[in-house]
Design a protein around this ligand. Structure first.
Ligand code: SF4
Ligand code: SF4
Length: 414
């Protein structure tokens, strides 16, 4: 960790009202300012990195709302992630981490094979029986939470069904690469299918290299820098083989990580070029707003938009998704209070820190309900998983859709 980053904090406290864990606890140690102070004391040798101190740091969601609020450019969330990464580096990977991060995630075929039993569990009716009998209560709570988050899986992952090249409709205006996020392909394939169709309808030829690997964000989260760099190098080389205007993703988490490839592989020109070409889908669609408006048909729905942290705070994208929704005739768009506050999903945080995750989620649900919207729109798989489950349990339930699903529904009404 660069020491200069730690001393930039002038302790003004402007980040405090924006930090989800501070809002829940009012504890300085659970605030961005407190976390920066703790890391500084540890780095200066004044405090020992005890389990308790590390626990305070690990309560951070890495939502980066603090970075948006800080006038000095301090990014406490990123610094905590970096700090955890450095501490992990020395100790190597556990057997389970090695299995997931090295043997599973970088191999899409294996990942898809691992999900197949879950699909069978749902489709055979076993899931209904297990849930109705409360069998999951006999397992560790984390298993029950993971199972509860799982929405209905598509028949096949998108990577298996999509063509490597989807031609442009009409005259080609450009070629884009599509980065298939692991969860988007496995769980939210309909939304990613919609993404590709929208790009194609606007005149882009969409190239989806099937060999692409996980973006490496889970490796970064777990402190596996080597795994992250391997994923970055592989994806940079793979996409470099195609002549692309942009590399598009509809996954906020992937987009935030892919844009940092140039930083991760410092000095590598191809990685820098790759990072500069990455766009969130909302950024590309917004370039063609007038054209898109002409293609859209009425969709009489009341919607509200939740800003995923990885899109609003990490990539600074706020206006584009809202402007796109406003193009849809008949759509009643209601602004969500604290729309860019974290929903508590944060990677595997909702499994590892269930109590804090639920507290953060409750605030989000209350603001969504207050809008009276029938549909919550967002664009990150973690948020989709977390909010789909919670909002399905509300009365009346609120549907959750990816931004591209809404636009595609309006483009090709069913
Ligand atoms: S992190 Fe930034 S906003 Fe928060 S106390 Fe320090 S300088 Fe102020
Ligand atoms: S990243 Fe989020 S949870 Fe962590 S310190 Fe910043 S605002 Fe708080």
């Amino acid at each position: 960790m660069e020491y200069v980053k730690l001393i930039n904090c002038m302790r003004c406290g402007m980040c405090l009202p924006h930090c989800p864990t501070y809002k829940e606890t009012f504890l300085e140690t659970a605030s961005p300012r407190g976390r920066v102070a703790l890391m500084r004391k540890i780095e200066e040798g004044e405090l020992e990195a005890s389990e308790r101190l590390l626990e305070y740091l690990s309560l951070c969601l890495d939502c980066q709302a603090c970075a948006t609020a800080c006038p000095c450019g301090v990014n406490a969330g990123e610094m905590v992630a970096e700090f955890k990464c450095e501490r992990h580096e020395g100790r190597g990977l556990s057997v389970m981490e090695d299995l997931v991060l090295r043997k599973l995630l970088p191999h899409p075929d294996r990942l898809e094979a691992a999900v197949a039993p879950m699909r069978a569990y749902q489709r055979s009716g076993l899931q209904k029986i297990v849930r109705s009998l409360g069998i999951l209560k006999m397992f560790p709570p984390a298993i029950g939470r993971m199972e509860g988050l799982l929405p209905e899986l598509p028949a096949r992952p998108l990577r298996r069904t999509i063509d490597e090249v989807t031609p442009a409709v009409g005259e080609e205006r450009g070629r884009v690469g599509f980065f298939l996020g692991c969860v988007m392909s496995l769980v939210f394939s309909e939304a990613s299918y919609a993404t590709v169709q929208l790009l194609s309808a606007l005149g882009y030829t969409v190239v989806t290299p099937k060999a692409q690997k996980c973006c490496g964000a889970p490796n970064m989260l777990a402190g596996d820098r080597e795994g992250l760099l391997e994923a970055a190098r592989f994806n940079v080389d793979l996409f470099a083989g195609h002549d692309l205007d942009f590399i598009v993703t509809d996954c906020g988490g992937c987009g935030a990580e892919l844009k940092k490839y140039g930083h991760h592989l410092a000095g590598d020109e191809a990685a820098a070029a790759f990072g500069n070409r990455v766009r969130d889908i909302s950024q590309v669609l917004s370039l063609h707003g007038d054209e898109l408006r002409e293609k859209l048909t009425p969709l009489p729905l009341t919607v509200t938009y939740h800003d995923p942290c990885h899109i609003a705070h990490c990539q600074g994208i706020r206006q584009e998704p809202r402007s796109l929704l406003k193009l849809v005739p008949g759509l009643d768009c209601r602004e969500l209070a604290e729309a860019d506050a974290c929903c508590g999903s944060a990677g595997t945080y909702n499994i590892e820190k269930p109590e804090m995750s639920d507290r953060v989620l409750s605030r989000k649900i209350a603001t969504i309900k207050a809008t009276g919207a029938e549909v919550l729109v967002t664009s990150n798989p973690g948020c989709l998983l977390q909010l789909k489950k919670a909002l399905a349990e509300e009365t009346p339930p609120v549907r959750v859709m990816h931004l591209t699903e809404v636009l595609h529904r309006s483009l090709s009404p069913r």
